[in-house]
Ligand binder design. Sequence first.
Ligand SMILES: [Zn+2]
Ligand SMILES: [Zn+2]
Length: 372
Amino acid sequence: MRVGIHTDGKPVLSYVGEEEKHVICLHNQLIGGGFHWEKTIRTLHDGKIESFSDSATPTITLVETLPIERYLESVVSSEMNPEAPGEFLKAHAIVARSWLLGKIMRCHGIDADNGRIRKRDIIVDWTDTEAHDRFDVCSSDHCQRFEGIGDTDSRIKEIVKETEGMFLADKTGMPADARFSKCCGGHTELFSTCWQNTDYQYLTAHEDPYCDLSQMDPDKRNAFLRTILKDYDVETADYMDWKRTVMKKDVSRHLREKFGIDIGDVTDVGIQKRGPSRRIITIRINGSKGSIVVGKELMVRRLFSDSHLHSSAFKIEQTPEAFILRGKGWGHGVGMCQIGAANMARLGHTCRDILRFYYPNTSIRNINDDNR
Ligand SMILES: [Zn+2]
Ligand SMILES: [Zn+2]
């Protein structure tokens, strides 16, 4: 499989140790591009590296070819802390493999534009992985985090090995489009709130009692979060209940700079439609020179932030100058909630319990059995 790797400019590469071992250090991999945790890190790679240029994805300058299981070791290590509970990491490996197989096999061939609207007064849009055609997946949160092999410790390797070939199959036996996000905020969300106007039997909206850790002793909670999240995620982990004050003039500016829309000075907003987790799907923005409706979930998050808000599940209070947002969750909330799933494992639930809870109407199958 081929992974497109984001860098912050011209890639800086060097061999690690002896050249014939083929471990290459990339000195400037870009992670979290456009999100609040954006930074450049050093990563190690042992796949075949080629240079790449494509104006559609300007920060991708390298493509690495490597085996799927090796890629998954990196994804699980890059998404989560290797000290996280084992049953959770196992579930994560199966989820990541299902999503990847679904993507490589292109078994979710829904109309890529089903639901997109671009009119003078309505923008309903999203980003999805259809964007890649010269490699299978990219290295950022847009697909699944891939930060090379440097962090893949032996425990993660063992866990991925234990799940080798296992994936979640839908009712027809095809790999499920197993989405996941950092924290649903107490209720999972439907696919159609964030992407095309389509829903899947296994991406249901339901309450999630496991990600709210507010009843835990704060020291214990922080210690637990430190065992499941990456360091840079712990730094920004106000995921359950958060508050942001956003100036109206900044919303006017985001509309101009990110969406190419000028409605003058933003005066007020009105929420049009929310999904079952209370994530905003569409919102009307009124300005001194007109108004516009913006959706879906990710566009709303971009509208109210210089990068992206944690989620679109927020309530709005207005003052003459600003919007005060009180929100829940981190990410789109569709499919597995990483913090909830990790907490299920802490409470003694198994990998299968976790997968059954976040992806009902699926079964676990093995790609190796299917090929025999
Ligand atoms: Zn991608
Ligand atoms: Zn949750």
